[in-house]
Structures are given as C-alpha cells and as structure tokens.
Design a binder for this molecule. Sequence first.
Ligand code: SAH
Ligand code: SF4
Length: 392
Amino acid sequence: MTELALSGALATPTIGDALPRLSLIGLDRDQLGAALRPLGVPERQLRMRASQLWGWLYVRGATDFAVMTDIAKELRAELGRAFTLARPEIVSEQVSEDGTRKWLLRLPDGREIETVYIPEEDRGTLCISSQVGCTLTCTFCHTGTQKLVRNLTTGEIVGQIMLARDRVGDWPDGIAPDPRGLPVSDRKITNVVLMGMGEPLYNFDSVRDACAIVSDGEGLSISKRRITLSTSGVVPEIPRWGEEAGTMLAISLHAVRDALRNELVPINKKWPVKDLLAACRAYPGLSNAKRITFEYVMLKGVNDSIADAKALVKLLAKIPAKINLIPFNPWPGAPYECSDWEQIEKFAEVVNRAGYASPVRSPRGRDIMAACGQLKSASVKQRASERLSPSI
Ligand code: SAH
Ligand code: SF4
C-alpha cells in the first residue's frame, strides 16, 4: 500500500492484531488498486477489482466485505484481515422534532467532530467538518475557542457522508432507523456544505480529494454544483480551489468594514475585504447561474444596522451573489447576542429590496442545539459532570 493510500484511510485498532486495520473509505480507484496489490491480486486484474470495490463502497454503501459476492471468497477474507469499511464512530446521534440530525463522531485517535443533516421536503443538506477545531479565532465562533486542532484525512471527510447516508437510509437498499422528517425525494442527501468545524482551505488537499470522490458520477454522485465550500477568506487559495475543485463557494463575510471584520474574522488583517472581493470576482465559472454565497451572522448592535445593510448590498453590487443572513447561535460565554428578530427583518428588507431573495437562514434543529460547536461542548460538559458525580 502506498503512502498516499494510507493517508486517506481511517485506522481501526483490532483485538489481537499487531497493526491497526485501515478503513478503505476515502480511497480513490488508484489507491484501492494499490491497496489490493499486496494481497496478491494479479497486476492485470487490479483495475477491475479496484472498480468492483469502488462500486461496493461508494455506490452500494457496503459495510461488510461478505456482501461483495462478485469478489472471490478468499480475496474477501484477505480484505477483511487487512482492512475495514469503518466510518467514524458515533458518540451520539440527536434527531430533532423537525428531522434535523446531529452526530458527534469519534475518530480513531479519540478526537471528536460533528456533522449535521438538515432535511427539507425535496432536498437534504449535510454539513460536514474539515478539521478538528480551527486555527482561526473568529470571535463569534465556538469552534475557534477549541485548542486542539488537526486536519481531517480524506477518509474522515468522506466517512462523514458515508455515515450520514447509513443513518438516513440513502443507499440503494438503505433503510433509515428513524425516518422522521426525511425528504420525499429519492435521494436523502442531495447537497453537501463544508460549514462544520474547521477552515477547509487550510486542509486543501484532503478536502479537494474528498470532493472528487463525493462528486464522482459513478459513486456518491453529489455534483460539484451541490457541494459548497465555506471559507473565512483564505484569499490565495480561492482561485486554486476554483481550478482544482470547482465547487460552489461561500464566504463568511460578516462585516463590510475592515475595522470591524478585523475584529470578528481576524484573518481579515492578513487579507482585507478588498482583496477578498477581488478573489471572488475572479472565481472560475462565476455567473448568475453559479453565484457566490455571502454569509452574514447577525450580531446585536455590532453589525446589524440599516447602514450596514445598505453598505453590504453596495459592496456586492457587481458580484453574482446570494446573501445568507444567519441568526447568531449563542454559546456559553459568547461575547455577543443574536440581533432582535425585528432588526433582522429590517436588515433583510434592505437586502431583499436590492434583489436578493429570502436571505434569512431559518434556525433548524433548535431543540437539539444543531449549531456550530454546541453539541461538542454539551458532551464535554456532560462528561465533566459524570466525573464529578460520586460513583456508586
Ligand atoms: N471555517 C469556515 C467554515 C466553517 S464555519 C468559515 O468560517 O466559513 C461555517 C459558518 O458558520 C461560517 O459562516 C461561520 O462564520 C458561521 N458561524 C460560526 N459560528 C457561528 C455562530 N455561533 N452562529 C452563527 N454562525 C456561526
Ligand atoms: Fe474557524 Fe470558520 Fe469558526 Fe472562523 S468561523 S473560527 S474560520 S470555523
């Protein structure tokens, strides 16, 4: 197996084995071929076997080598000894009244991330993480306060989608254990957004390789038009992302003036609004049919004045854009409050009048706190209180 293949995989410790077995999730066709070679598969069969495996992994969602009936029994056994089909481990799964799901997931090294699924009638959006924590320190974001940071592997990124498809029954023979609130459409996960934990452009290669697997038409088959990468504004990586991955783009703008954006999104000190918008204007493929989404979190008395709203539409006037107003999700100790609903409506009216349709992202899954960083903090607190409670 090559270095490359190893870096994409999830390792699962196995009882009795000296070495942990690696999950094949996250490997592309070439890497699957490289994984098969040491198992004695003849060179001339490698491509065919790799493509069979690919189909079982990404078209059928197999979780057990035993179901791979077109692969010889001996090879299946070999595969089972060397590899797993493991997804990240579920620490907790919460299902909201409205069908929103939130998973806290544990990675092989014990680190935890979260993934959120938001169903609507005719579509389902999966929000995935790209890092454990985040090196950036946006002042309104709970992820930015977490100390431990590492990049997710390609396997850990693809694994979030595989796991979500397991849980919402989004495979050809899939059954959702809890069907509440799922879309009526054939496919349950139609869109993927990189809006969970982490700054995806600081994990460029793994996120790009994961997007290539996810968008492959003979696999998970979620087209690049339905994958959105959200960035806080890593300007030099934006054109490269457009060329190498070409997904839809969202920008965490949150402020129209550099002085305020420096405070809210500190990466702005390095790449100010002007440079960010120049990179947006030059984004490959940008058109009215392929707009950039600008995210704007509504912070009471900070960035929510009518003057801010007017400045926002003026700033974006010449860019094919969508605007998403996001009600601030408070977290314990957060230095902000969410804007009053009345103020959000007034702000939205200015934005609407400038020609942007229904820009407020309605809060979903409030009863399970499906907001950035909240589930993780809740679970940490719970464990702390478990530790504190006297043992019987
Ligand atoms: N790091 C990337 C992607 C992850 S954050 C980025 O910053 O774009 C995804 C979105 O959630 C961003 O727009 C971010 O600004 C927003 N967000 C973070 N914390 C939030 C909070 N407490 N309330 C509302 N939105 C928040
Ligand atoms: Fe990181 Fe995005 Fe949170 Fe900023 S908003 S700290 S970039 S995850």
